[in-house]
Design a protein around this ligand. Sequence first.
Ligand code: MN3
Length: 196
Amino acid sequence: MYTLPELPYDYAALSPYISADIMKLHHDKHHQGYVDKLNAALDSGDPSLKAIDLPQLLGRADLPMAVRNQGGGHYNHALFWQWMAPSAGGEPTGRLAERIEQKFGSFQAFTDEFSSRANNVFGSGWAWLMPDMEIVTTPNQDTPMLLGKAEPLLGLDVWEHAYYLDYKNVRADYVKAWWDIVNWQFVQERYNNLSA
Ligand code: MN3
Protein backbone atom coordinates (compact mmCIF):
# COMPACT_ATOMS: atom_id res chain seq x y z
CA MET A 1 0.00 0.00 0.00
CA TYR A 2 1.33 3.40 -0.94
CA THR A 3 1.27 6.18 1.63
CA LEU A 4 1.50 9.95 1.43
CA PRO A 5 5.03 11.13 2.26
CA GLU A 6 5.25 14.05 4.66
CA LEU A 7 6.42 17.36 3.28
CA PRO A 8 10.11 17.81 4.13
CA TYR A 9 9.33 21.37 5.37
CA ASP A 10 6.43 23.42 6.73
CA TYR A 11 3.52 24.35 4.48
CA ALA A 12 4.60 27.99 4.64
CA ALA A 13 8.30 27.31 4.05
CA LEU A 14 8.22 28.09 0.32
CA SER A 15 6.32 31.35 0.74
CA PRO A 16 6.21 33.84 -0.96
CA TYR A 17 7.08 31.75 -4.02
CA ILE A 18 4.39 29.19 -3.20
CA SER A 19 1.90 29.94 -0.44
CA ALA A 20 0.99 27.73 2.50
CA ASP A 21 -2.56 27.54 1.10
CA ILE A 22 -1.36 25.99 -2.15
CA MET A 23 1.06 23.63 -0.44
CA LYS A 24 -1.63 22.40 1.93
CA LEU A 25 -4.15 21.86 -0.84
CA HIS A 26 -1.60 20.38 -3.24
CA HIS A 27 -0.07 17.98 -0.73
CA ASP A 28 -3.00 17.09 1.56
CA LYS A 29 -5.73 16.95 -1.08
CA HIS A 30 -4.24 16.38 -4.53
CA HIS A 31 -1.33 14.12 -3.60
CA GLN A 32 -3.40 12.25 -0.98
CA GLY A 33 -6.01 11.70 -3.67
CA TYR A 34 -3.46 10.14 -6.04
CA VAL A 35 -2.25 7.82 -3.27
CA ASP A 36 -5.76 6.74 -2.28
CA LYS A 37 -6.90 6.19 -5.87
CA LEU A 38 -3.69 4.34 -6.75
CA ASN A 39 -4.23 1.95 -3.84
CA ALA A 40 -7.86 1.45 -4.84
CA ALA A 41 -6.92 0.79 -8.47
CA LEU A 42 -4.26 -1.74 -7.45
CA ASP A 43 -6.66 -3.42 -5.04
CA SER A 44 -9.28 -3.95 -7.70
CA GLY A 45 -6.89 -4.94 -10.49
CA ASP A 46 -4.22 -7.46 -11.46
CA PRO A 47 -2.49 -8.38 -8.16
CA SER A 48 0.89 -8.88 -9.87
CA LEU A 49 1.11 -5.09 -10.40
CA LYS A 50 1.47 -4.60 -6.63
CA ALA A 51 4.82 -6.39 -6.62
CA ILE A 52 6.47 -4.08 -9.16
CA ASP A 53 8.50 -1.02 -8.11
CA LEU A 54 6.59 2.15 -8.94
CA PRO A 55 9.19 3.66 -11.34
CA GLN A 56 9.34 0.37 -13.23
CA LEU A 57 5.58 -0.06 -13.18
CA LEU A 58 5.06 3.40 -14.68
CA GLY A 59 7.19 2.47 -17.67
CA ARG A 60 4.70 -0.16 -18.77
CA ALA A 61 2.63 0.73 -21.80
CA ASP A 62 -0.23 -1.65 -20.92
CA LEU A 63 -1.20 -0.18 -17.55
CA PRO A 64 -4.85 0.35 -16.63
CA MET A 65 -5.52 4.09 -17.02
CA ALA A 66 -6.22 4.54 -13.28
CA VAL A 67 -2.85 3.06 -12.31
CA ARG A 68 -1.06 5.13 -14.94
CA ASN A 69 -2.71 8.41 -13.85
CA GLN A 70 -2.81 7.94 -10.07
CA GLY A 71 0.55 6.16 -9.95
CA GLY A 72 2.13 8.93 -12.01
CA GLY A 73 0.52 11.48 -9.72
CA HIS A 74 2.02 9.83 -6.65
CA TYR A 75 5.48 9.34 -8.16
CA ASN A 76 5.67 12.86 -9.59
CA HIS A 77 4.54 14.64 -6.44
CA ALA A 78 6.69 12.55 -4.06
CA LEU A 79 9.66 13.92 -6.00
CA PHE A 80 8.24 17.40 -6.56
CA TRP A 81 8.23 18.19 -2.82
CA GLN A 82 11.92 17.27 -2.70
CA TRP A 83 12.78 19.26 -5.81
CA MET A 84 11.91 22.37 -3.82
CA ALA A 85 13.29 23.73 -0.56
CA PRO A 86 13.28 26.95 1.44
CA SER A 87 16.37 29.15 1.02
CA ALA A 88 17.22 27.27 -2.15
CA GLY A 89 17.44 28.32 -5.79
CA GLY A 90 20.65 29.67 -7.22
CA GLU A 91 22.68 27.38 -9.44
CA PRO A 92 23.99 23.83 -9.28
CA THR A 93 27.70 23.24 -8.81
CA GLY A 94 30.17 20.50 -9.68
CA ARG A 95 29.62 17.84 -12.33
CA LEU A 96 25.98 18.76 -12.92
CA ALA A 97 26.81 22.43 -13.43
CA GLU A 98 29.49 21.49 -15.95
CA ARG A 99 27.12 19.19 -17.81
CA ILE A 100 24.40 21.85 -18.03
CA GLU A 101 26.89 24.39 -19.33
CA GLN A 102 28.28 21.93 -21.84
CA LYS A 103 24.80 21.09 -23.15
CA PHE A 104 23.06 24.48 -23.06
CA GLY A 105 25.96 26.95 -23.13
CA SER A 106 25.05 28.51 -19.78
CA PHE A 107 22.78 27.99 -16.77
CA GLN A 108 20.66 30.93 -17.93
CA ALA A 109 20.22 29.38 -21.37
CA PHE A 110 19.11 26.16 -19.69
CA THR A 111 16.51 27.85 -17.47
CA ASP A 112 15.25 29.87 -20.46
CA GLU A 113 14.78 26.71 -22.52
CA PHE A 114 13.22 24.71 -19.67
CA SER A 115 10.86 27.59 -18.78
CA SER A 116 9.80 27.97 -22.37
CA ARG A 117 9.01 24.27 -22.65
CA ALA A 118 7.11 24.35 -19.33
CA ASN A 119 5.11 27.41 -20.37
CA ASN A 120 4.17 25.71 -23.63
CA VAL A 121 2.76 22.52 -22.14
CA PHE A 122 -0.82 22.58 -23.40
CA GLY A 123 -3.24 22.04 -20.53
CA SER A 124 -1.99 20.08 -17.53
CA GLY A 125 1.35 18.33 -17.40
CA TRP A 126 4.99 18.41 -16.43
CA ALA A 127 8.36 19.58 -17.73
CA TRP A 128 11.40 17.41 -17.02
CA LEU A 129 15.17 17.58 -17.13
CA MET A 130 16.56 14.13 -17.86
CA PRO A 131 19.92 12.69 -16.73
CA ASP A 132 21.18 12.99 -20.33
CA MET A 133 20.20 16.71 -20.28
CA GLU A 134 17.25 16.26 -22.59
CA ILE A 135 14.24 18.44 -21.74
CA VAL A 136 10.98 16.50 -22.03
CA THR A 137 7.35 17.38 -21.38
CA THR A 138 4.46 15.05 -20.64
CA PRO A 139 0.69 15.58 -20.43
CA ASN A 140 -1.40 14.87 -17.32
CA GLN A 141 0.55 12.79 -14.75
CA ASP A 142 2.54 10.81 -17.31
CA THR A 143 6.16 10.22 -16.37
CA PRO A 144 9.20 10.14 -18.69
CA MET A 145 9.39 6.38 -18.03
CA LEU A 146 6.15 5.95 -19.98
CA LEU A 147 8.06 7.30 -23.01
CA GLY A 148 10.69 4.60 -22.49
CA LYS A 149 13.03 7.09 -20.84
CA ALA A 150 14.94 7.11 -17.55
CA GLU A 151 13.72 8.58 -14.29
CA PRO A 152 13.87 12.39 -14.38
CA LEU A 153 16.48 14.50 -12.65
CA LEU A 154 14.15 17.43 -12.08
CA GLY A 155 10.51 18.13 -12.80
CA LEU A 156 8.07 21.00 -12.69
CA ASP A 157 4.33 20.58 -12.13
CA VAL A 158 2.47 22.96 -14.45
CA TRP A 159 -1.05 21.89 -13.56
CA GLU A 160 -3.14 24.94 -12.63
CA HIS A 161 -3.68 23.49 -9.15
CA ALA A 162 0.05 24.08 -8.54
CA TYR A 163 -0.18 27.86 -8.96
CA TYR A 164 -3.69 29.20 -9.51
CA LEU A 165 -4.23 30.52 -5.96
CA ASP A 166 -0.94 32.45 -6.08
CA TYR A 167 -0.51 33.35 -9.73
CA LYS A 168 -4.06 33.09 -11.15
CA ASN A 169 -3.79 31.93 -14.75
CA VAL A 170 -0.29 33.35 -15.33
CA ARG A 171 1.78 30.19 -15.52
CA ALA A 172 4.88 32.06 -16.68
CA ASP A 173 5.09 34.02 -13.39
CA TYR A 174 4.96 30.77 -11.40
CA VAL A 175 7.60 29.14 -13.60
CA LYS A 176 9.86 32.19 -13.21
CA ALA A 177 9.45 32.23 -9.42
CA TRP A 178 9.98 28.47 -9.12
CA TRP A 179 13.69 28.74 -9.96
CA ASP A 180 14.16 30.53 -6.60
CA ILE A 181 13.12 27.41 -4.67
CA VAL A 182 14.71 24.63 -6.74
CA ASN A 183 16.65 22.29 -4.45
CA TRP A 184 19.83 21.87 -6.51
CA GLN A 185 21.47 19.86 -3.78
CA PHE A 186 18.84 17.15 -4.20
CA VAL A 187 19.05 17.36 -8.00
CA GLN A 188 22.81 16.95 -7.80
CA GLU A 189 22.45 13.87 -5.61
CA ARG A 190 20.04 12.41 -8.16
CA TYR A 191 22.44 13.24 -10.96
CA ASN A 192 25.25 11.44 -9.18
CA ASN A 193 23.02 8.39 -8.65
CA LEU A 194 21.20 8.28 -11.98
CA SER A 195 24.07 9.09 -14.32
CA ALA A 196 26.71 6.95 -12.61
MN1 MN3 B 1 0.27 18.72 -8.82
